[in-house]
Design a protein around this ligand. Structure first.
Ligand SMILES: [Zn+2]
Length: 64
């Protein structure tokens, strides 16, 4: 039986294959640098979208 399948993901920043293992500290990124780059781009992207709600309002009113 082969139950030791290692998942490999693509680094969102540089598209390098990243093994999904415990030793990969910055997964899904290949390195801290790529993680910081992606976070930086995300922050810039978020600033360009005004009024985007971070937490969606709960919409579960129970009609009695
Ligand atoms: Zn990378």
């Amino acid at each position: 039986m082969n139950d030791k399948i290692i998942h490999v993901v693509k680094c969102p920043t540089c598209s390098q294959p990243v093994p999904w293992v415990q030793t990969q500290r910055y997964k899904p990124f290949c390195s801290e640098r790529c993680k910081l780059i992606d976070l930086g781009e995300w922050a810039m992207e978020a600033k360009r979208i005004p009024g985007e709600p971070v937490f969606p309002a709960p919409d579960n009113e129970d009609p009695d």
